[in-house]
Design a protein around this ligand. Structure first.
Ligand code: FAD
Length: 388
């Protein structure tokens, strides 16, 4: 078995090495420092757009809105809330986690996006250790017979019961609006007015954009917001690989070797995992397959049956049992091919608009978390006048 999906195979500017440290420091999130004009909020709200056209929060005039409830947005929300800001998360999907996604099907439960996480920096290791202690993660042992990557000494952690465990935990006690797809941002005096699909609007004193960068740029373009030429050029140069994921339920156990994950490829398949062996509470023979970037780009628009047949052929030695059900998911923006020079950027100063995500912090869960922390620290320092 060759190493490909192994995180070290990233084509980012950071190569296989550690992601850059964020430009802004990361410290304890336990301190509570009420900030001028902001109030502490610990309200958990999940609203559906069908029941809401204009959202009126009692203190909305002093709310920081984070667009996207993946690892970047959730980490930023946790840090800002801990620092006394009122935060609202807007998420277009019906759940949190973004690319840390678990799919529940009649055939079983599958991690369909990120498969495991690693920590290369002290800051993220602290977070990972806390999640591990709380039972949200467990180490997934890598040994010579198991997960083989270019950096096999790194501990891989998997979510318990699945990769959405940590995002769901971070979303607890957050003010979160699901089914809210943001289309545009309009500047009105000293605040932003956020326009969502189907007409919902929200005011915000500050905004952090965390979707994959091309989707954030779409929102900026729709809003007629122009960035400085240096920043615009840098962001334009960042593109993403796509990834086609195949979830296959088998009639019996798979032939994926213990501990249930293998880096293949690089093409047409880069990764295969047995979700049962990974410890997700699901039946035997529930396999996730990630196609390589070249295959995914070439076959992105092909019909499901074509993609399914090509991928099943490619993984036939790992199947071990006949296939009884398949589903396909297309990740348009799977991983950034390169990474910006800063862990988060201030795109507009008044009122503040920041952009963050894994294309800033690095092309992994860790990079997303570091970018969220950097964005939160930058925003807090702007409001508070000092950085921690
Ligand atoms: C197939 C695959 C395998 C991977 N494997 C690994 C791995 O093993 N280990 C690892 O560390 N990393 C892995 N990654 C990368 C990792 O998942 C990401 O780097 C990380 O999860 C990115 O988090 P994020 O919050 O920056 O972005 P996302 O998780 O993409 O979150 C952005 C959120 O914004 C929301 N959004 C987008 N547009 C809007 C809008 N207009 N309005 C409102 N909300 C919006 C999205 O729905 C999403 O929830 C993998 C990714 C993929 C796709």
């Amino acid at each position: 078995m060759k190493s490909v999906l192994g995180e070290g195979s990233s084509t980012s500017a950071h190569g296989g090495g550690p992601p850059p440290r964020p430009s802004y420091g990361i410290g304890s999130s336990s301190e509570k420092q009420p900030l001028l004009g902001f109030v502490i909020s610990s309200v958990y709200v999940v609203a559906h757009r069908k029941t809401l056209t204009t959202f009126a929060h009692p203190r909305m005039n002093s709310t920081c809105v984070i667009i996207g409830a993946g690892m970047t947005g959730l980490t930023a929300a946790q840090m800002l809330s801990a620092r006394g800001l009122t935060v609202t998360l807007l998420e277009k999907s019906r759940g949190v986690g973004g690319r840390m996604a678990t799919r529940r099907t009649d055939g079983g439960v599958f991690d369909q996006g990120a498969q495991f996480l690693t920590a290369r920096t002290h800051s993220f290791m602290h977070m990972v250790e806390a999640w591990n202690r709380e039972g949200l993660l467990r180490p997934w042992v890598a040994n010579s017979a198991g997960v083989i990557t270019q950096e096999s000494d790194l501990v891989r952690y998997v979510g318990v019961p699945s990769m959405t465990a940590v995002p769901k935990h971070l979303a607890r006690d957050r003010h979160l609006l699901l089914h809210h797809k943001v289309l545009r941002l309009d500047r009105e005096n000293d605040h932003w007015v956020i326009g969502c699909e189907e007409g919902a609007t929200l005011p915000a004193t500050a905004v952090i954009l965390t979707p994959p960068l091309p989707q954030s740029v779409e929102i900026l373009n729709a809003s007629g917001l122009e960035l400085g030429s240096g920043l615009a050029d840098e962001l334009r140069s960042i593109s993403y690989n796509s990834c086609i994921a195949l979830m296959a339920a088998l009639v019996g156990p798979s032939a994926v070797p213990p501990p249930g994950g293998a880096s293949l490829g690089p093409e047409p398949v880069r990764w295969i995992a047995d979700n049962h062996q990974k410890g997700i509470h699901t039946v035997e023979g529930t396999v996730t397959v990630h196609a390589g970037p070249a295959f995914s780009d070439a076959h992105y628009r092909d019909p499901d049956e074509v993609v399914r047949s090509l991928l099943l052929d490619a993984i036939s030695p790992y199947l071990g049992s006949p296939v009884r059900m398949t589903q396909i998911h297309r990740w348009r923006y799977s991983e950034p091919r390169s990474t910006a020079t800063r862990a988060a950027v201030l795109a507009v100063e008044h009122p503040p608009l920041l952009i963050a995500g894994d294309s800033f912090g690095g092309p992994r869960i860790e990079g997303a978390a570091l970018s969220g922390l950097a964005a939160a620290d930058l925003l807090a320092s702007l409001i508070h006048g000092v950085s921690r």
